[in-house]
Write a protein that binds this ligand. Structure first.
Ligand SMILES: Cc1cc2nc3c(=O)[nH]c(=O)nc-3n(C[C@H](O)[C@H](O)[C@H](O)COP(=O)(O)OP(=O)(O)OC[C@H]3O[C@@H](n4cnc5c(N)ncnc54)[C@H](O)[C@@H]3O)c2cc1C
Length: 274
């Protein structure tokens, strides 16, 4: 299946995961003449996720992918990071301009899903993506790999690349169980986007910290608000759902935690990062 054209070998490449890495890889493989196929287990392209600061090498690569304009449009020019106390009193405020002066203007903040979507839009009409499926088995063959899927029929490729995130399915199938590679750092993270939350303040990243726990809140366009919860916890969760764990950790934590937890009731789990 490797097509040799002059000195170039063009390959059929299976990519597991249509997130930031999968979409970026799909972009570059397609652009250099290969035929990538993305396999994404979610039924549709995943949006949502936490706010990421995007700058440095990643920003320069995005520029070379022709993505600067969509990323700037999707991004937020956050003005300050405001740390508040239990009753909302301001404990500290850090102007982001200090950081901007250090790294220059090639810097924006945008939700993980919006970054992934901007990359994916460059290839979605040209690269095959199979949604709602996951690789079930990988068979190494002399000239490539045969993949079996949870839903679809088996397919052959020259190369398989795992871009399926922190809990990679391909790593598990090829190298073994996650516990052999994972080094748990003692913290859990949850992020989600809610509609119509109040209060809202534009371009300020709010953070509330108490021992072992942190909450972040940032207002997004279209009357949406992003929440980020981080907490220290044991690795096992005693069978509790992510929302139940958040209730246990933050119900009595102070600041706006109760209101934020109440707003989670309507959140669609598929667009959240738990
Ligand atoms: C709280 C937090 C803040 C962060 N802030 C920053 C920041 O400021 N700046 C920064 O540069 N980075 C930041 N990061 C890191 C950055 O978000 C990640 O490095 C990046 O999302 C990783 O991209 P990825 O494509 O590897 O994984 P993901 O973007 O997670 O994509 C993985 C994809 O694989 C899919 N998938 C999973 N399992 C399967 C399967 N079995 N079959 C098919 N598909 C599957 C998933 O649905 C998903 O679409 C942050 C991370 C966290 C947790």
């Amino acid at each position: 299946m490797i097509h040799d054209v002059g000195h170039n070998c063009y390959m059929q490449v299976a990519i597991s995961g249509a997130g930031i890495a999968g979409a970026a890889l799909g972009h570059w493989l397609h652009r250099t003449g290969h035929t990538p196929t993305l396999f994404e287990q979610a039924p549709q392209f995943r949006t949502g996720g936490y706010m990421t600061d995007f700058w440095g090498v990643g920003y320069q690569v995005a520029k070379r992918m022709g993505l600067e304009e969509p990323i700037r449009k999707a991004g937020y020019r956050i003005e300050s990071l405001r740390s508040v106390g239990r009753h909302g009193e301001v404990k500290a405020e850090l102007g982001v301009n200090v950081f901007r002066r250090m790294v220059g203007e090639d810097f924006t903040s945008l939700p993980r899903g919006d970054l992934a979507a901007a990359i994916y839009e460059t290839i979605e009409d040209e690269v095959e993506t199979v949604f709602g499926d996951s690789i079930a088995a990988v068979e190494q063959r002399g000239d490539g790999v045969r993949l079996a899927f949870e839903n679809g029929p088996p397919r052959d490729f020259d190369l398989l690349i795992g871009a399926d995130g922190l809990h990679s399915n391909v790593r598990r199938l090829v190298f073994g169980p996650e516990r052999e590679f994972e080094h748990y750092l003692g913290c859990k993270v949850a992020a989600c986007v809610v509609d119509g939350y109040r209060p809202r303040e534009e371009l300020i990243y709010f953070t509330y910290n108490i021992s072992g726990r942190q909450v972040g809140r940032v207002s997004l366009r279209d009357d949406r608000t992003m929440f980020l919860f981080i907490f220290r916890d044991q690795h096992e969760d005693a069978g509790l759902t992510p929302k139940e764990q958040l209730q246990n950790q933050f119900r009595d934590a102070g600041w706006e935690c109760r209101e934020m937890l109440a707003a989670l009731d309507d959140v669609d789990d598929s667009t959240s990062t738990w």
